[in-house]
Structures are given as structure tokens and as C-alpha cells.
Design a protein. Sequence first.
Length: 95
Amino acid sequence: MFVTVTDLGDGHSGGVVALELATGAVTWRTTTAIQLRGGVAVVGSTVVVPQIDGIVLGLDAATGAVKWRHELGTKITPQAAATFAERGGPRAGLV
């Protein structure tokens, strides 16, 4: 299970935590310098999360490593990440 979190100690950051569903144990944690907005979308082996600055991150579902970053563009809100993730991310040719 993947969840977004805000305030990992300094009040100015966020991140994603992967939890083992059966035990609740933390599998991995990836921090972000900027807070995240909303939940995650999982597309294959990629966890997709939007930052509040409009950058969408694609994280490796097994490790939490950043696979890619994509700027949605000016005047596009981070809520658009759900559609972005559903369509396949930057490799699908979306801007």
C-alpha cells in the first residue's frame, strides 16, 4: 500500500511511504523537498504522485527510487496528475 505524507519533520516537505499491507511495516520511504498533493496512482510498477508545484514524480514501486519527473506546465494544477498517470505518464507523449 502506498500513501502520501506531509511534514516529515521540518514542516516543509512530504513524501511517499510504502507499507506492507499484512503487517503495517514500512517497506520504503521516499522524501520530497516539496509537499505532495492528493493520493497516489499506481501504473504497472510505477507509483505516480503530484507535488504542489506541478511536478509529477514517477517512483519505482519496489524501491521508491525516482524513475522520472515531469512538469505538467504552467496553469495546470497537480490534480491533473490522476489523468496523467492513467494515460501512462511522460512516455505516452502527454504534456
